[in-house]
Ligand binder design. Structure first.
Ligand code: S3P
Length: 446
């Protein structure tokens, strides 16, 4: 089992205007997939801009354990892949640490292989539901040899001699479940079909097409996507430049909006429309965010963001926007704490099964810092206090959740009293440079 480091508390205090140019690390979703698809494809894949966070490194280790060669030369990661269908049985369990994406996608990728694989993780990951991935895999012929109650890790899978292609309608808005089924389809004869009623991030589809998979998408009149993948085709190594992670960019972005006198630029941020919900919401709240130099890089839209401090107003965020900002609600809540009036966030049911129950963790953290909020079953209403007078002074329980830790450190940059988080260790899973980058901009964080 993963060794847990002792908790390392951190504190943020009211700061002077943030200034400067920042570059956030590479997108986490694209980084995981780069290691996976590069490790699977024939020939060489070269990656720049990869997020070197703990979650992604676990995916790299898993791919190495199954036969891929992965090394770093200068700024570049170079992978020699095994070829589609040729992954090897790992000698020991695959330890995914805190990473839901790495573990769920890999379960799809290798679950259908005629071999045994065991998946383990930290206390947070071991508490998360895996049935959402195991259910379609069972339909494809995968045996679940071992699982903790409620389809939780540790989990041991064994694939059939030949997996059965299925048509699977994804029952919740989840790119991880969609991706797991598509990746299982890669090693399954025939056509595997995924029906996606609500569009989620489409990195798996775009990147697999880039690697040469025969994958097509039809969107019907109701907006429902039908994704078809032909199994057992050839994948060929690619050159990938990973753009900056819009979820990580959300932290300096909100910080600059709420700290008076701020004016920053965040460079090279991924602008894929399935990921820009936070930007849209903050603009609706009156955030002064300019989108500079919009361009296309390696098949993805990217831009630089100039952000200046702003007087924010509360808005109602529609449930339909949740998939495009699912990881950004904690930091949106930090922005909402300083907005005039109420910000109502709806359609948050998936927040309950993230690295923590994020809906509860955010509500408790806000309450601990004097922010008026109401937690519903799948909603959060935050009533802000412009200027942050009287706010802060609390300690937030982060529950092994990197985004809870970062969001509340951002909150503390504009509250009257400092905000403490009980553990900043997990920040390294997705944004190892967070503390240094924020301090460079002028944030008082320690
Ligand atoms: C991800 C999908 C989302 C997101 C996660 C990354 C991905 O999870 O929260 O951080 O890379 O596919 P769900 O599929 O559970 O919504």
């Amino acid at each position: 089992m993963t060794h847990a480091a002792p908790p390392r508390p951190a504190l943020a205090r009211r700061s002077q205007g943030l200034k400067g140019i920042a570059r956030v690390p590479g997108d986490k979703s694209i980084s995981h997939r780069s290691f996976m698809f590069g490790g699977l494809a024939s020939g060489e894949t070269r990656i720049t801009g990869l997020l070197e966070g703990e979650d992604v490194m676990r995916t790299g280790e898993a791919m190495k354990a199954m036969g891929a060669q992965i090394r770093k030369a200068g700024d570049e990661w170079i992978i020699q892949g095994v070829g589609n269908g040729c992954l090897l049985q790992p000698e020991g369990p695959l330890d995914f640490g805190n990473a839901g994406t790495g573990s769920r996608l890999t379960m799809g990728l290798v679950g259908v292989y005629d071999m045994e694989t065991t998946f383990i993780g930290d206390a947070s990951l071991s508490g998360r539901p895996m049935g959402r991935v195991l259910d379609p895999l069972r339909q494809m012929g995968v045996q679940i040899l071992k699982a903790a109650p409620g389809d939780r890790m540790p989990i041991t899978l064994r694939g059939p001699k030949h997996a059965a292609p299925i048509t699977y309608r994804v029952p919740m808005a989840s790119a991880q479940v969609k991706s797991a089924v598509l990746l299982a389809g890669l090693n399954t004869p025939g056509i595997t079909t995924v029906i996606e009623p609500v569009m989620t991030r489409d990195h798996t589809e775009k990147m697999l097409q880039g690697f040469g998979a025969n994958l097509t998408v039809d969107t019907d009149d109701a907006g429902v996507r039908h994704i078809f993948i032909e199994g057992q085709g050839k994948l060929t190594g690619q050159t990938i430049a990973v753009p900056g992670d819009p979820s990580s960019a959300g932290f300096p972005l909100v910080a600059a909006l709420i700290v008076p006198g701020s004016d920053i630029v965040i460079e090279n941020v991924l602008m894929n429309p399935t990921r820009t919900g936070l930007l849209l919401t903050l603009q609706e709240m009156g955030g002064n965010i300019e989108i500079l130099n919009p361009r296309n890089a390696g098949g993805e839209d990217v831009a630089d963001l100039r952000v200046r401090s702003s007087e924010l107003k509360g808005v109602a965020v529609p449930a339909s926007r949740a998939p495009s900002m699912i990881d950004e609600y904690p930091v949106l809540a930090a922005a909402a704490a300083f907005a005039e009036g109420e910000t109502l966030m709806q359609g948050l049911e998936e927040l309950r099964v993230k690295e923590s129950d994020r809906l509860a963790a955010v509500a408790r953290g806000l309450e601990a810092n004097g922010v008026d909020c109401t937690e519903g079953e799948a909603t959060l209403a935050v009533r802000g206090r412009p200027g942050g007078k009287g706010l802060g002074g609390g300690t937030v329980a982060t529950h092994l959740d990197h985004r809870i830790a970062m969001s509340f450190l951002i909150l503390g940059l504009a509250t009257e009293k400092p905000v403490t988080v009980d553990d900043a260790n997990m920040i390294a899973t997705s944004f190892p440079e967070f503390m240094g980058l924020m301090k460079e901009l002028g944030a008082e964080i320690e």
